[in-house]
Design a protein around this ligand. Structure first.
Ligand SMILES: Cc1ncc(COP(=O)(O)O)c(C=O)c1O
Length: 388
């Protein structure tokens, strides 16, 4: 079956009520027919639901759907994207290990590296997402994993997945890809050899700014281990959130196509606007990794960044001059969102620290929503004009 069909037709079996749409299963635990069944399930001799920290029908439907859409054997759901990333690290890393990570990863992943990994004696080396020479130089005998995000948040750097795989194969590393920005509709990292794929389902998988969620997908033998860690440490996704996210996946393909249509038009418009510079969008010919993006992604995604002339102060004035776009700490919503990383998410970094992560003072990130593109462009054009 095709992606769109799997996203709609994969579901839990129909109950005795013969419902068409999957019902909600808000239950902490499940009953057993008799003592023997209870014993057999606890002994892993028989599969089935025991307790919602381990499995729940709504979570299972979401996990099976994501595994099918990511073309992996299995997946596990978690309460947030960070819980998924954390589980993908803690399952496979131990004290004394080292990981190599692209420097262009989400802020909370950086905080995990700098403020928590030292407590557990896990070392991290940050490498340039594009300069592959830096990758090999970072390898140590204790290196276990290469973690990367492509496209990255917020810089939209593209990591070459084919090159990442040969690097991981050569050095016997697990390749772990945060696929949050592309979603499986635009990019399936497993087809390039990724071992683990993580998601913040909070973003495009929900797509409507309602619930938090996370997923890790990959081969059975790896996901079984991640499930064991999650079932013991407890970052379980609530059945309600899983139900929402599974329903949302039914429309992922149509939503992503419209996000991409709108983002392409906005990127084109901004490239010709006299008040902005450095428009970044993976499918713009001017993107430094445009050829790689086109090789590994179906379309360019829903995020566009640009540089406002005038730095920090102009960035803040731009946000204050918007009339429709939302100022909020999320992305991947139906509603278009504008953020100014230098005065918000990355304000605590020094200007040098910001520039190392590719965040300039005038950088604006737009998560292009599903409103009519003329209204999105008109709001941004108006704000750019009044602050000029
Ligand atoms: C690329 C990326 N990965 C992971 C996360 C973390 O996801 P969550 O907020 O669901 O924990 C985010 C959140 O913005 C993100 O943008």
């Amino acid at each position: 079956m095709h992606f769109e069909t799997l996203a709609i037709r994969l579901k839990t079996s129909v109950t005795s009520q013969r419902e068409h749409s999957t019902p909600l299963f808000p239950t902490s635990s499940f009953v057993f027919e008799d003592a023997e069944q209870m014993r057999a399930m606890f002994a892993d001799e028989q599969t089935g639901n025991i307790y919602s920290r381990f499995t729940n029908p709504n979570c299972k439907e979401l996990e099976e759907k994501i595994a099918a859409l990511e073309n992996t054997e299995d997946a596990v759901s978690t309460s947030t994207g960070m819980a998924a990333i954390f589980a993908s690290f803690m399952t496979f890393l131990k004290a004394g290990d080292h990981i190599i990570s692209s420097s262009a990863v989400f802020g909370a992943t950086h905080t995990l590296y700098s403020q928590f990994f030292p407590n557990w004696n896990i070392d991290v080396t940050l490498v340039d997402p594009v300069d592959q020479d830096t990758w090999q130089k970072a390898v140590r005998p204790t290196t276990k994993m290469f973690f990367l995000e492509t496209p990255s948040n917020p810089g939209l750097d593209i990591v070459d997945l084919t090159a990442a795989k040969s690097f991981c194969e050569k050095n016997n590393l697990l390749m772990n890809v945060d696929n949050c920005f592309a979603t499986p509709y635009l990019q399936q990292p497993v087809n390039f050899g990724a071992d683990l794929i993580t998601h913040s389902a909070t973003k495009y998988i929900d797509g409507q700014g309602r619930v938090m969620g996370g997923l890790v997908a990959g081969k059975n033998e790896l996901i079984t281990q991640v499930k064991k860690l999650c079932r013991t440490t407890g970052p379980a996704l609530s059945p309600f959130n899983a139900w929402i996210l599974s329903k949302s996946l039914e429309t992922l393909a149509v939503r992503m196509d419209r996000h991409c249509d709108n983002a392409e038009k906005l990127a084109q418009f901004l490239s010709h606007h006299s008040h902005v510079s450095n428009v970044t969008y993976p499918f713009l010919a001017s993107h430094p990794s445009n050829a790689i993006a086109k090789k590994q992604m179906k379309r360019g995604g829903g995020l566009v960044t640009f540089e406002i002339k005038g730095g920090l102060e102009q960035g803040r004035r731009f946000l204050d001059s918007l009339q429709m776009l939302s100022l909020t700490a999320n992305l991947g919503d139906t509603r278009s969102i504008a953020t100014h990383p230098a005065s918000t998410t990355h304000a605590k970094l020094t200007p040098e620290g910001r520039s190392q992560t590719g965040i300039t003072d005038g950088l604006i990130r737009i998560s292009v929503g599903l409103e009519h593109i003329d209204d999105i462009i008109s709001d941004i054009h108006h704000a750019l004009t009044v602050i000029a």
